[in-house]
Design a protein around this ligand. Structure first.
Ligand SMILES: Cc1ncc(COP(=O)(O)O)c(C=O)c1O
Length: 386
């Protein structure tokens, strides 16, 4: 009675929630809190997408769709890969999911045996570990170096790969660091992983939000690589809950069975709307926003350098910068809470993302305009100099 499944104990809550909660309380008292902790764009979806969503409701297109997604949407995604990334991806290989989160759960269920482990860099997106726990497996966080952009050193892979290792999960651009993997790196990762009989997943949810470095897809390297993506970030559709996974041809049938059983289908209104995401006008708007993010990034990086806070990984993509605060504190979480209390700036502590050195870092999300960013930087400067 009243006893949760033991796996729930292994799921860590987000530490940033404590920051968010306190931020809300402070805001409720009338204080002006600057939010740099939130990992979602401060934009809404382009107009064509919103209108197509409204039309889908008006037309009554609100029932289940095929489990793998609307054929028109899958075709649109496939054409986007061809046009934008010169990658040939047959629509049958695309499974539309409720967000990239749905895709990650599907991936864990599809490819990871219970009792096995999956390698991923420390730090990385925290939910990955938890999706594996749901499947009775676990993440093995591989120690990385800030000087190597927190990417897994592929020449030491034998130190980490054991007989229970099922594969490796990477992300580019990365959350929390913003680092972008090069095509050469992902090619080598595929060579190393496939030589050991494992699978490789590349989470490309921040695809398109690249300011410096390669904006490519791992699908152009090998069709046996699994790739995850989403409408949440580039298309600013976080609450529409729509993403996708591209699987190798041999995995389509298994992935379809799982999609049917796990979700029945992704949200239909969101799927009808998302067909418009690849329209020229929508892509032009997304590109303008990419430029806006790029300008914010420049402002943030310049401001951080001026106040002497080192950005530890090359912040080439997504909308994140990972910053070393170890000269100031040995407890990033406490530092975040104190900064919030005293200067009303909310950041995410590194401890949400990793184990080894995560207490040294904080994540900045540049999801507010440049004036707000400048104001945040001047408050942080005052806080540090106090
Ligand atoms: C790296 C990464 N993967 C997956 C997700 C899940 O995104 P969604 O389910 O909104 O598509 C996120 C969300 O922040 C993320 O940062």
């Amino acid at each position: 009675m009243n006893k949760l499944a033991s796996r729930v104990e292994k799921i860590a809550p987000f530490q940033v929630m404590a920051v968010l909660e306190r931020a809300k309380q402070l805001q409720a008292t009338g204080l002006d809190v600057i939010h740099l902790e939130v990992g979602e764009p401060d934009f809404v979806a382009p107009q064509q997408i919103n209108e197509a969503g409204q039309k889908a409701i008006a037309d009554g297109n609100t029932g289940y769709t095929p489990a793998n997604g609307l054929p028109e949407l899958k075709t649109a995604i496939s054409q986007h890969y061809r046009k934008q990334y010169e990658a040939d991806v047959h629509p049958d290989r695309i499974i539309v999911t409720p967000g990239a989160s749905g895709a990650l759960l599907l991936m864990a269920s599809l490819m990871v045996e219970s009792g096995s482990n999956v390698l991923m860099p420390d730090p990385c997106y925290p939910c990955n570990r938890h999706f594996l726990i749901q499947c009775g497996a676990q993440a093995k966080l591989v120690e990385t170096q800030a000087s190597e952009g927190f990417s897994i050193n592929l020449s030491n892979l034998d130190d980490w790969w054991d007989k229970h290792t099922s594969g490796m999960w990477l992300a580019s651009p990365s959350n929390p660091t913003g680092a972008v993997l090069s095509k050469e790196y992902v090619t080598s990762a595929w060579r190393e992983v496939s030589a050991r009989g494992g699978h490789l997943l590349v989470d490309e949810i921040y695809q398109g939000l690249v300011y410096d470095g390669d904006d490519f897809t791992a699908l152009s390297i090998n069709s046996d690589i699994f790739v995850i993506n989403s409408f949440s970030k580039y298309f600013a559709m976080t609450g529409w809950r729509l993403g996708w996974i591209v699987v190798p041809e041999w995995a389509v049938e298994g992935a379809t069975k799982l999609a049917q059983n796990l979700f029945i289908s992704a949200p239909s209104v969101s799927q009808y709307a998302a067909i418009q995401a690849f329209d020229t006008a929508s892509l032009e708007q997304c590109e303008k926003r990419r430029q806006e993010f790029s300008e914010r990034r420049n402002t943030l990086l310049k401001g951080l350098a001026e106040i002497g806070l080192p950005v530890v990984a090359p912040a080439q993509g997504a909308f994140y910068a990972f910053v070393d605060v170890s000269e100031i504190t040995d407890d990033a979480m406490k530092w975040c809470l104190d900064l919030l209390e005293e200067e009303h700036v909310a950041l995410t502590p590194g401890t949400d993302f990793g184990v080894k050195d995560s207490h040294k870092y904080v994540r900045f999300a540049y999801t507010c305009n440049q004036d707000r960013l400048r104001e945040a930087l001047s408050r942080i400067k005052r806080f540090i100099n106090r």
